[in-house]
Design a protein around this ligand. Sequence first.
Ligand code: GLN
Length: 328
Amino acid sequence: MSDDFHDPASISTGRLPREELVAQLMQDAYDRYAGVDDGAVADYIPALAAADPALFGLSIVSVTGASHSVGDALHEFSIQSVSKAFVFALVCDALGPEAVLRQVGVNNTGLPFNSVMALELNGGSPMNPLVNAGALATTSLVPGATAQDKWTFVQTGLSAFAGRPLSLDDDVYASEAAHNRRNQAIARLLESYGRIAHDPLETTDVYTRQCSLLVSATDLAVMGATLADGGVNPVTGERVVDPSVCRYVLAALATSGLYERSGEWLFSIGLPGKSGVSGGIVTVAPGKGSLSTFSPRLDAAGNSVRGGLATRYLSGALGLNLFASRPE
Ligand code: GLN
């Protein structure tokens, strides 16, 4: 493997650079941004406000299963909105992407993740699976007649992406369940427009559980690497979703994975990604692997500040940007 891949102009084909270089660049990224203390920890769910703002972890997993981690990469946190990408993948796999496209959509709202206005402005269309309205609509489509069946499907499916059984953070779940009137209202509004496929309050409860699953940055990188690897978990070898599902999910992440900052993210990083309010971000380089970051301080849109900086640096240094080319 040549060092050419270290060139920020490397095109997005081939593989990750050799392991020593990946390890060195991961450490560089950590050292560069560990001291940044811009942004604030999310506090609209009381249990999230208790997060230690100093935490910072980075993890990368290649489609070969090789991995490198730096900092607090094994620290567990609630997955929050990053779950939306993987539940969307499971539902696309179960129902077919066309059905989900019709019911949920894949266009950016340009509005915050928990916007009620976005639903009203779009005639009740949830718009995309990565804002709360679309995530609730997607969770309502999860196979299973009862909320318990749906929850079992979600927990089993996300665990298959991670390659290990994921468990619930009971405190985060209880805290969010006591403070999710807004999500319940969004689910009710979806119901009024005929856009939710299951009882709105039960759907909100399953969604709240999926957001409360505990993961580490390393888990997220394995989950992302499964999307980078045509739906096969590169660590366990298990096929989790069909290869076509990965293509569709990554396209949806490119348009909306970083909420109303998705355009700026794609402009500077050039990769599909998904963030969550507890401070996780998963980024996927198709055919190569997945980089994930964890740091709880967020910008105004709810995206991890250090995570964005480290991902931008590593996308360039590792030659991951999907839009990069050089003249022949
Ligand atoms: N569970 C959170 C909510 O619905 C997830 C939001 C997020 O991570 N952006 O408000």
